[in-house]
Design a protein around this ligand. Structure first.
Ligand code: PLP
Length: 347
């Protein structure tokens, strides 16, 4: 009986040890890991990942996707979240996720160092997302292709409706791409909804492809696969820096801009590490990695040097972009399905 009791106790102990060592392995793992969804260019995502790993010893598992795709994934995983931090990409899906309770509020000690536009985003999202960079939307053209087609230099949104540009304009799909959603929201704010959709339908005649990622049209222009590409101006500048024959245009009618954002995912397994990353990502040391990876946005920390290549926001005619409205769940869903029904499915 005694033996049996001891056996039971030993078995229980062994079992407990197994559980405990399993738990401590889990805890160690939780202490040293971070799962990041990243929406900027792959090169910048990788630079952020390795710099943070070097700085903290925390192992980062990073996945790069477009802004709208990350939103869809975070929503699909909300019952059992896989990721801890969502870094970069346009603010609108971050705002939508905030409204839908997919992300958590956080006040970083770094907030006091940020530009007012970065904090406005944070306030409007009830502290659930924050601005990490900003940049203006525009388009570019391949100067050699344009010349070979004898087309005058486009300077305005209206100019890229030119019939001679049939199948010569590329943009992304606003469902997956934050860049393209910024275009959709910009055109609606600039022209009004009815005229704006007329414009997008007319533009559709010139579109050769709706790409998944927002920066793809800039790359396609550089490769000579499309004459005109609609993208963030800083993404087009990257191609110019790489010596592609491309000119960047700030459209004459005015244009929209983005507040690239960052959010902590609700229910992520490594919340403390997500906060560590969040605080670090707001420092000048982290933010200057953007320009080093040839991404030329305007950083949100006032002390991060603005890359000289970054398009000067103060020299561009910017619309008064309503981030709260166009980042709201209802408006975003409504505009995207309207675009699907009235524009994308046109012949
Ligand atoms: N890459 C850069 C450099 C950006 O500025 C942005 C916008 O935030 C994105 C990617 C977003 O890409 P997408 O349009 O594919 O969501």
């Amino acid at each position: 009986m005694k033996l049996k009791k001891n056996f039971v106790a030993a078995t229980m102990l062994a079992g407990a040890t197994t559980v405990m060592s399993f738990m401590s392995a889990g805890a160690a793992q939780a202490q040293g890991a971070l799962v990041m969804y990243c929406a900027v260019q792959e090169e910048w995502c990788r630079a952020m990942t390795s710099a943070f790993e070097r700085e903290t010893g925390i192992k980062v598992s990073m996945t790069r996707k477009s802004s709208g795709e990350i939103y869809a994934q975070v929503k699909a995983e909300s019952a059992n979240p896989r990721a801890d931090i969502w870094w970069g990409g346009t603010g609108d899906p971050h705002m939508q996720a905030a409204e839908e309770g997919l992300t958590v509020d956080y006040t970083s000690p770094k907030n006091s160092e940020l530009q007012p536009w970065a904090l406005r985003q944070w306030e409007q999202a009830k502290k659930r997302t924050i601005g990490v960079y900003s940049g203006a939307l525009g388009f570019g053209y391949n100067t050699e292709l344009l010349k070979s087609k004898g087309i005058p230099e486009p300077k305005c949104w209206a100019d890229i409706l030119n019939v001679k540009l049939k199948d010569e304009v590329q943009m992304a799909d606003p469902n997956s791409s934050g860049t393209a959603y910024t275009l959709l929201a910009t055109i609606v704010q600039l022209m009004g909804e009815e005229k704006g959709f007329d414009y997008l339908k007319a533009l559709h005649k010139n579109i050769n492809q709706y790409t998944k990622s927002g920066a793809a049209p800039a790359k396609a222009m550089a490769l000579g696969e499309t004459t005109v590409g609609i993208a963030f101006m800083h993404d087009i500048v990257t191609m110019v820096v790489d010596k592609a024959p491309i000119k960047v245009v700030a459209p004459c009618e005015g244009t929209g801009y983005e507040i690239g954002s960052m959010s902590i995912i609700k229910g992520g397994k490594n919340q403390d590490n997500a906060k560590k990353f969040y605080d670090w990502a707001l420092t000048p040391a982290a933010q200057k990695l953007g320009a080093e990876a040839k991404s030329y946005q305007v950083p949100s920390n006032k002390s991060t040097p603005v890359p000289p290549e970054a398009p000067k926001l103060e020299e561009i005619k910017l619309i008064n972009f309503d981030f709260a409205k166009y980042g709201s769940s209802d408006e975003r869903k409504r505009l995207l399905s309207k675009w699907d029904n009235e524009v994308k499915n046109l012949p």
